[in-house]
Design a protein around this ligand. Structure first.
Ligand code: RUB
Length: 320
């Protein structure tokens, strides 16, 4: 029952962060393909599509999730037998997971070269790939210091400071609203992304746009670390990225909310930072200005979901 379990863990945020969600989904589809008993290829496909739909319904914003699902499901291809279809899914899932891990490593290298010895870096939320850049710079012997935000309401900042502490990196933990007070001490902001749209806007954890605004005002560079599978192909077709709004109880306990009949708690989990606030997006294909997002979608993801399957080609993710 790996698919319902994975879906529940993504919904409850036990599994969270766009890259980790994408790999968990690929793993769940692979294990499901191995477990499905259906004999006829049609029935097998139906079972896989049901599983994919369950995973897709978990969280709406991180585009890495539908991208991973489409990449893995393309393994079904035009298989003539269940065995062939199963093998296709398993191969695509393994390729995706491997290629996602490689992408994080490559971005860490590229991203670290944008960090100078002596830099103070600010990061918001908990991004595996943003932290990989910071940790790689530290590993290269650069003396760096980090400011990490708390990230209300789910406190992902706690995961970030533990990771930085374990790496032996000097870190300052601040509340989200303290960013403006410290921005003049910062040399570089590094965040991750849940989605990058065709016009180079970056969707990331709520508060990112405020951080970007402060950084722009203080002339501090803002770098986004994002694998190519976080670019949203359907934004080329005019589709908007849906911003998840989570339960108000994450912000204000129900027992208090109940006593305040005129108060509505709003809890959007993500916001949108426009391209003009972002200096650089570091992908595994290299660093690009946000205005080049279209090229990444066109060259590495295909034009839209329909072309998506073929664009990745039989060799797997990004033709690698
Ligand atoms: C996580 C978040 C992260 C991106 C990138 O939000 O906004 O910055 O997903 O993360 P949530 P990564 O905690 O709501 O999932 O670089 O790890 O993919």
């Amino acid at each position: 029952m790996i698919v319902p379990e994975t879906a529940d863990k993504i919904k409850s945020m036990e599994i969270r962060g766009a890259g980790r969600i994408a790999r968990a989904v690929a793993e769940a589809l692979r294990d499901h393909a191995l477990a499905v008993r259906a004999r006829a290829p049609g029935a097998f496909r139906q079972e896989m599509e049901r599983a994919a739909a369950m995973l897709l319904a978990t969280r709406p914003t991180a585009v890495s999730l539908p991208n991973a699902v489409h990449i893995v499901m393309a393994g079904l291809g035009h298989a003539q037998s269940t065995d062939e279809a199963r093998a296709g899914v398993v191969r695509r899932a393994d390729e995706f997971i491997r290629s996602s891990q490689n992408a994080v490593e490559r971005i860490a290298q590229f991203g670290a070269s944008h960090i100078r010895d002596g830099d103070t870096i600010l990061t918001h939320c908990n991004s595996e790939v943003a932290l990989a850049c910071i940790i790689e710079a530290h590993r290269q012997g650069k003396e760096i210091e980090v400011f990490a935000t708390e990230v209300r309401p789910r406190n992902q900042g706690l995961i970030t400071i533990r990771t930085l502490n374990d790496a032996g990196i000097q870190t300052n933990f601040i509340v989200d609203s303290a960013v403006r007070s410290f921005i003049n001490d910062i040399d570089l902001v590094i965040v991750g992304a849940d989605a990058v749209t065709v016009n180079g806007a970056v969707v990331n954890k709520i508060g990112t746009a405020q951080v970007a605004h402060s950084a722009r005002e203080a002339r501090v560079n803002m770098m986004v670390a994002a694998e190519t599978y976080k670019f949203a192909p359907r934004t080329i077709l005019g589709e908007l990225v849906r911003i998840e709004e989570r339960a108000g109880s994450e912000v204000l306990p129900d027992e208090i909310a109940r006593t305040l009949p005129y108060v509505t708690v709003r809890n959007p989990a993500f916001d949108v930072t426009p391209a003009e606030y972002i200096d650089l997006i570091v992908t595994e294909k290299g660093a690009i200005p946000p205005q080049m997002a279209y090229i990444i979608i066109r060259d590495y993801l295909g034009w839209g979901i329909d072309e998506f399957h073929t664009a990745f080609g039989p060799e797997g993710l990004n033709g690698e």
